[in-house]
Design a protein around this ligand. Structure first.
Ligand SMILES: Cc1ncc(COP(=O)(O)OP(=O)(O)O)c(N)n1
Ligand SMILES: Cc1nc(C(=O)O)sc1CCOP(=O)(O)O
Ligand SMILES: [Mg+2]
Length: 523
């Protein structure tokens, strides 16, 4: 058994059992994290009213934090109900101390202000909350809470509110729940997210890009059992962050967790058939594609009308081994080995030289009837009639997918985790790549190593229907020892660089022999 990540929740106790600490514990346990609880207040409430909020003294909270630090240090702290100014000050000090000791600590604040049944959990002003807001990494207000944090006179949309909150408090990730719903039947949450700023995280390879913003949208699921849903969302987000997911993936998984919970409570609600304000149903890890939201960003909006890319026309054959090489030398060496697919990935050549290599590569690959994908250089791939183009996440902003599709070229897209996979799947490319499955020396994939479990989870996000399923290629750190495990996940192909190009030093056999062995493993 591997050691579970530890999260601390600093929240109120809800005696009616649905929200606060109770929701946090149920959520955390369902998602495989240990939950340490520091109760900020003992509330008296039921489904009709909030009678009182009885704050716990700083002395007790401080003793708990000090003792827990000695044997259960957290990787994520989730903060919910903050009862008074003294607690704000204590939290600020605590976060500062802990972050000095543990620079990778992440703090998530769910600003609990108003009870759904009416009444306030605290009377804190924005000025009093400011020091805490400036200290946390992720914040998860609903639209009303965001409106009061942003202090904008006019009613604004989630995007405007999130950007204002960022400008005022420099919080790295702002998730506005119920943020933007063009169709009333949808439930849509908006995230504004600064890249590369979470402690110990590196969210994107493209260091020039300062922020990303996107929405996650699902069909609204009617349920009377929603009490504690907000707390559960923030705790689920914290649990996924504690497992090491990037914010966008943790957010996507948390939204799937919430959809799954609402879905589970529906029959109960129908059975009773009357208005009832019951507790949110925490389930376990969300696996089913049906619970995952639709991701919407600038790229997906731009390509809403883009037709599907041509398929790989495998005619019953397997895609098999996918070597990714950087020169005509390797192309000439590998093409005679009976490959269905190969990629030319040139990184260190002047543009004029690249063009000449591509011209020759296209000619060579055609003569062996092998599908040749060109990495990055999509214009040259079109100009010289390559079989396909492989593009990465950063290139998605700049490449013209309409032109690639109209020219009849196939398209492969890199993805790293469930969020990017859901987005890229909507573009209906010829194949999708998922990486990096394992650590790799070929390029810096810090923060984006998927592992076999995540690969399996992402594969399950394909529609459960063979006609529309897009082939998936696994890439990153795959070698002779690891290939069989990767194939067992159900991917259609494995892409490798160093397993072939460094065959001699790794295995003391020739690249040709490695190709033959990998082809046998893939079957
Ligand atoms: C099959 C396959 N998958 C992923 C990649 C990575 O492509 P990209 O994100 O464009 O990064 P670079 O290869 O350009 O560094 C790939 N090349 N092939
Ligand atoms: C080029 C590349 N792209 C990746 C991704 O995850 O998008 S991983 C990767 C490196 C693959 O090289 P090797 O087989 O030597 O590990
Ligand atoms: Mg590329």
């Amino acid at each position: 058994m591997t050691k579970k990540p530890i999260i601390w929740t600093i929240s109120g106790s809800d005696c009616s059992g649905g929200a606060g600490i109770a929701a946090d514990i149920k959520t955390g346990h369902g998602l495989g994290v240990e939950v340490c609880q520091l109760i900020s207040a003992n509330t008296v409430q039921n489904s009709q009213q909030l009678l009182s909020v009885n704050s716990v003294s700083i002395d007790i909270l401080q003793q708990q934090a000090a003792l827990l630090m000695t044997d259960k240090p957290p990787s994520v702290i989730k903060i919910g109900l903050v009862a008074n100014v003294a607690q704000v000050k204590w939290l600020v000090q605590l976060l500062e101390q802990l972050k000095q000791k543990m620079p990778t600590l992440i703090s998530v604040y769910d600003p609990v202000g108003q009870a759904t049944v009416g009444g306030s959990f605290n009377s804190l002003t924005l000025a009093q909350l400011r020091p805490l807001l400036q200290d946390v990494d992720v914040i998860t207000p609903n639209l009303l809470e965001a409106q009061s944090l942003a202090q904008l006179a006019e009613i604004s949309d989630a995007e405007r509110l999130a950007k204002k909150i960022y400008d005022d408090f420099a919080i790295h990730s702002i998730i506005v729940k119920g943020g933007h719903s063009e169709i009333a039947l949808d439930s849509s949450d908006y995230c504004y997210h600064q890249l590369n700023q979470l402690p110990g995280k590196q969210d994107n390879q493209d260091k020039t890009q300062a922020a990303i913003s996107y929405q996650l949208t699902s069909k609204r699921i009617a349920s009377h059992y929603s009490h504690g849903g907000g707390c559960s969302f923030a705790t689920a987000l914290s649990a996924f962050l504690a497992h090491g997911y990037l914010v966008r993936d943790a957010f996507t998984l948390a939204k799937a967790f919430i959809n799954q919970g609402f879905n589970a409570s529906e029959p109960v609600s129908k059975l009773y058939g009357h208005q009832y304000y019951g507790a949110f149903e925490q389930q376990g890890w969300p696996y089913q594609a049906a619970f995952f939201p639709q991701a919407v960003d600038e790229v997906s909006k731009k390509y809403q009308t883009l037709p599907a890319f041509n398929s790989l026309n495998l005619a019953g054959k397997k895609l098999g081994l996918y070597p990714v090489i950087d020169s005509l030398y390797w192309l000439k060496r590998l093409l005679p080995l009976g490959l269905e697919i190969i990629q030319l990935r040139i990184k260190n050549l002047a543009l004029a030289d690249v063009e000449q290599v591509i011209i020759e590569a296209v000619f060579l690959a055609k003569s062996y009837d092998t599908r040749l994908f060109i990495n990055d250089y999509w214009q040259l791939a079109i100009k010289h009639g390559a079989y396909g183009v492989h593009i990465g996440q950063e290139d998605l902003q700049a490449a013209d997918l309409f032109k690639i599709q109209q020219a009849g070229l196939r398209l492969g897209i890199s993805t790293h985790g469930c969020y990017e996979f859901l987005l890229a799947q909507q573009l209906q490319p010829s194949y999708l790549a998922i990486g990096a499955v394992f650590p790799t020396t070929t390029k810096d994939m810090t923060g984006q190593i998927q592992g076999l479990n995540n690969l399996t989870q992402v594969l399950a996000l394909r529609p459960n229907n063979n006609i529309t399923q897009i082939p998936v290629v696994a890439i990153g750190g795959i070698n002779l020892v690891r290939a069989a495990q990767v194939v067992a996940t159900g991917v259609e192909s494995i892409a490798v660089v160093t397993a072939i190009t460094e065959a001699k030093s790794s295995y003391n056999i020739s690249p040709e022999q490695v190709v033959e062995k990998l082809q046998k493993i893939i079957g």
